[in-house]
Write a protein that binds this ligand. Structure first.
Ligand code: AMP
Ligand code: ZN
Length: 106
């Protein structure tokens, strides 16, 4: 998606310090952190919202966001966190490229 800010981050069109990267995912700090640690984990593939996923492939990609979150939690030695996915404008979603919020005050 050409006008998606998270696609641009994943494609390195917008220079962003990446906390994690592999073939399918990147993670980076939220620009407006709501906790001491506030990381966004995204698939490189543009998937708009969790509740509208139709394909098994996209669902699997999304499930693995939790595995990436777990890796980051271990790497950063975080104890206690909140993991959140917002779906839809009326439920707080501002960026329509799926992302898992990882928030921690530890
Ligand atoms: P949501 O409200 O769940 O869609 O979350 C979108 C999040 O993306 C918000 O917490 C924003 O602060 C964050 N955000 C928007 N643009 C950027 C950016 N360029 N880099 C990092 N975080 C961003
Ligand atoms: Zn996108």
């Amino acid at each position: 998606m050409t006008d998606c800010i998270f696609c641009k981050i994943a494609n390195k069109e917008i220079p962003t310090e990446l906390i994690y990267e592999d073939e399918n995912y990147v993670a980076f700090n939220d620009i407006a952190p709501k906790a001491k640690t506030h990381i966004l984990i995204i698939p490189k593939k543009h998937i708009e919202r969790f509740d509208e996923i139709e394909s098994t492939e996209d669902l699997k990609l999304t499930e693995w966001l939790f595995t990436v979150a777990h890796k980051i939690i271990k790497q950063k030695n975080l104890h206690g966190c909140r993991l959140q996915v917002n779906c839809g404008k009326d439920h707080g979603q501002e960026v329509f490229h799926i992302h898992l919020h990882l928030l921690s005050n530890s």
